[in-house]
Design a binder for this molecule. Structure first.
Ligand code: PMP
Length: 365
């Protein structure tokens, strides 16, 4: 096998090796099917079992209540930026409350504004998007169409430690970069969605978990592919879904259930990984610095800087030479970022910490 590096990419990101191996083993022919998952009809019995199993795995992992549906969309997370306001803001006569904690919630706001009135219930800009809001800081409108958050800002490495309290207003959440990283009380959300290419599988599919009453409330005058109602009625199969991506979501969730042992265990591992890295940075005496404030630090993306920015380039090059890949920060903010999603093994973070300590030691006078 070609060598595999520790890949700290923010997405598409590292996948669990057992899931990749099973996909490879079965690529030419699925057991009993006589052909590849790439070659079968999305309406075949074999694929029906795959999509049902992917849903069942997600339901089990997240303890999704019966009054929620699990849908598989295309169009990525950004299509949901548009679909949420298209279905629940446009024509509602209300405004929507958005909690602005970083790049992705900002982008979601821009999209929502094309469909109706947006209120910003918290704006993290003055602190350079370095934390999630405290409960008392939210300026929420009890009559809002919905409240919107990005539970984890992938670029800034800022994660809500817990869900904000929003009363009876539906809470819509972009969980693209932290779904399945810890147990999540789905019943606190109206919609919880995530593109797959970080913690769920390959790019191409977006999982949407949506409460039944919201499906019923979606307007009747939308194109069927953009309506939660018609899409749910079609059981995610209005048209040809991304069959291979859904198959890999099944494999990744099998891995979480069978090899990791569920989300409590996954959370324990994720906490260990993030703490290892953040502790090293905090103990570096300012050589490295985490962007996010304590209390809002992400378990999944550790965005950090070197105090001496001229060292960033050699840092990244030497990391790469040690098979620690894709550590550069997002082009919009610079710096460095280690994305340590579920599939990043503890050994990968240990190797990164070892390198970072050595790099620091060799550049301290
Ligand atoms: N939201 C978050 C939190 C993300 O991290 C990303 C992608 N990095 C997106 C949305 C956009 O996802 P997509 O490319 O699937 O539209």
């Amino acid at each position: 096998m070609e060598k595999r590096v520790y890949n700290f990419s923010p997405g598409p990101a590292m996948l669990p090796l057992p899931a990749l191996e099973e996909a490879r083993r079965n690529l030419l022919a699925l057991p009993g099917a006589g052909c590849s998952v790439l070659e079968i009809s999305h309406r075949s019995k074999t694929f029906t079992e795959i999509i049902e199993q992917a849903e069942a795995n997600l339901r089990k992992l997240l303890a999704i209540p019966d009054h929620y549906r699990v849908l598989f969309f295309q169009g990525g997370a950004q299509m949901q930026f548009a679909m949420v306001p298209l279905n629940y803001l446009r024509g509602s006569g209300k405004a929507a409350d958005y909690i602005l904690t970083g790049t992705w919630s900002k982008k979601a706001i821009q999209e929502a504004k094309t469909q109706g009135e947006v209120r910003v219930a918290f704006d993290g800009q003055s602190e350079n998007y370095s934390r999630a809001p405290e409960a008392g800081e939210l300026d929420l409108n009890p009559d809002a169409a919905y409240v919107y958050i990005a539970s984890n800002e992938t670029i800034q490495g800022v994660q809500f430690p817990v869900e904000p309290e929003v009363g009876d207003v539906p809470l819509m959440c972009d969980a693209s970069s932290d779904i399945l990283c810890r147990p999540t009380p789905v019943e606190k959300y109206g919609i919880l969605y995530a593109c797959a290419q970080k913690n769920l599988g390959p790019a191409g599919v977006t999982v949407v978990i949506i409460r039944d009453d919201l499906i019923e409330r979606a307007p009747d005058d939308l194109p069927s592919m953009l309506s939660y109602k018609t899409f749910a009625e079609g059981k995610s199969l209005l048209n040809t879904p991304p069959t291979f991506a859904i198959y890999v979501v099944k494999l990744v969730t099998d891995w979480l259930l069978d090899e990791i042992g569920g989300l409590e265990k996954m959370q324990e591992i994720n906490r260990r990984k993030a703490a290892m890295l953040c502790d090293l940075i905090d103990a570096s005496g300012g050589f490295y610095e985490v962007h996010a404030q304590p209390g809002s630090r992400s378990l999944m993306n550790v965005a950090f800087r070197l105090a001496d920015a001229t060292l960033e380039d050699p840092f990244l090059k030497q990391a790469e030479a040690r098979d620690l890949a894709a550590l550069q920060g997002h082009r919009s903010v610079g710096g460095c970022r280690a994305s340590i999603y579920n599939a990043m093994p503890v050994e990968g973070v240990e190797a990164l910490c070892e390198f970072m300590q050595e790099f620091q030691d060799s550049h301290r006078g």
